[in-house]
Design a protein around this ligand. Structure first.
Ligand code: NI
Length: 136
């Protein structure tokens, strides 16, 4: 009996989408306003989903207190109110698109969650635009 537990989290962050190998004109054409050299912000909504067997002794798939503090420490404390390009190591050479942010988040959490559990990330960059990543 495999069940998925989900935890919502939130962070505000600034970014700029830009490819250093391209001209300004090409960056502006592909990334539009997101290439603005002065950065812009988003209210990111994160859903972390963990799937596994229900533990017979606790009735839990995963202790949500542990998941909550893991997300706080590994993601919110690292990303909230940061300029992702300038202040988060992973994006020093990686374009901080929603796609790439979700992969970075997945990798950070995957390292801390029991290997018997499946992990999936849903990241909303706007209320209408969101991406999902499950490691495959
Ligand atoms: Ni943006």
């Amino acid at each position: 009996m495999r069940v998925t537990v989900n935890r919502k989290a939130h962070f505000n962050a600034a970014h700029r989408l830009y490819n250093n190998d391209w001209t300004d004109a090409r960056n502006n054409k592909v990334f539009g306003k997101c290439a603005n050299p002065n950065y812009h912000g988003h209210n990111y909504e994160l859903i972390v989903s963990v799937t596994g067997e229900i533990h017979p002794e606790t009735g839990f798939v995963m202790d949500m207190k542990i998941l909550k503090s893991l997300i706080r420490k590994e993601i919110e404390d690292q990303f909230d109110h940061k300029n992702l390009n300038e202040e988060v190591f992973e994006f020093s050479t990686l374009n901080p698109t929603a796609e790439n942010i979700s992969v970075v988040i997945w990798n950070k959490l995957r390292a801390k969650i029991d290997n018997n559990l499946e992990l999936s990330i849903t990241l909303y960059e706007t209320p209408r635009n969101f991406v999902t990543y499950n490691g495959s």
